[in-house]
Ligand binder design. Sequence first.
Ligand code: MEV
Length: 428
Amino acid sequence: MSHEMRSSRIPGFYKKSLDERLRIVGEWAGLTEEEVNLLRNLGNLPEKIADSMIENVIGGMTYPFAVAVNFKINGRDYLVPMVIEETSVVAAASNAAKMLRRGRGIIVRAGPQEMIGQIHLVNVEAPYYKAMKILEHKEEIIDHAKQQDSTLIKLGGGPRDLEVRVLNTRMGPVIVVHLIVDVLDAMGANAVNTMVESIAPLLEKITGGEARLRIISNYATRRIVRALARTDPEDVGGKDVARKIVEASILAEADPYRAVTHNKGIMNGIIAVALATAQDHRAIEAGAHAYAARSGVYKPLSTWELDEEGMLVGSLELPLQVGIVGGATKVHPIAKIALKILGVKTAKELAEIMAAVGLAQNLAALRALVHEGIQKGHMRLHARNLAIMAGATGELIDKIAERMIGEGKIRYDYAKKLLEEYLKGENK
Ligand code: MEV
């Protein structure tokens, strides 16, 4: 097929079988048989599940699943599953977790698992009066929402409160209703979206307006997690390193360009756990970054200080919207295994672990940055990866990696050359 003739308009593509879709794409892109077979390999995700999770599936893509060790959180030891494509993250998390094992380890608290569902009412006359009128009907509205999810109510969750605001927008006044729902162990989007859709007609009747958007807010300000960690400066490399970590924290407070990278380091840990447990990581990211900017200026989510005893202390606060029931968590067989490795029984506990990993990850990043710089560790791992890719095994991996680092030639072709030399016995 010539490139000019190709059309991406493929009617009924979604109705075709996985193999048929793959054949079409294979032809389109000129994939070799080997490439098609590789893509067709769904790894540890059963075909039926893969094909029903999203649309237009043509294959699978495997990411490495690792486990960070050394974590002690709220006095309990955890092995933490992490899925990520970036080298050093798991090693760094494990390292920092070792530094934060004193006492009960990292202390984390998550509050009630409350999400906010929004309804935007437009074309409302006398919006301030109508806002009050909504509050007058609060009980009735909450009761109506309760009828949408009997399981959640039975388990002790459900709608808790109703809040109303009037926004003055470019299209005139808009009433924003927030339904606060305790979603317990779910991420909550399904339950909340069903509830806000169900109460929208009632709100239209009360206000005479028109319910436009009826959807969860991923700015989960009622699902905040707070983590605390305390360590001896000696554990991080001495007083000088500890002082510089504190300074790095101050620089992030002063400079949004640095704060974003600082927070990216935190999210390295949080999102790796989110991926391993099949969370909606986009929701977590969106909520976290909005929270970082809640003062109007983008700030770091964590702070490092020295306390009166000269100990290095860190704190982290962010919203985390995670679930262990419903969604992909309960469908993806590997996510289920990840939860089993963690041994968590509630979404709250999962959120606490994720925050702890975020704080440890942050400490590891700052320590590396102020100590030897981030590239040394990265390059060591990168060199090892190149050696493995070139075909090295056993002792040869480190030998080749060290040579490449020592000579400042960290390249695949050089790894191959060195391997050949070693195998020929030219390089003892
Ligand atoms: C790299 O993935 C993350 C870091 O850039 C975080 C940071 O700078 O704090 C190392």
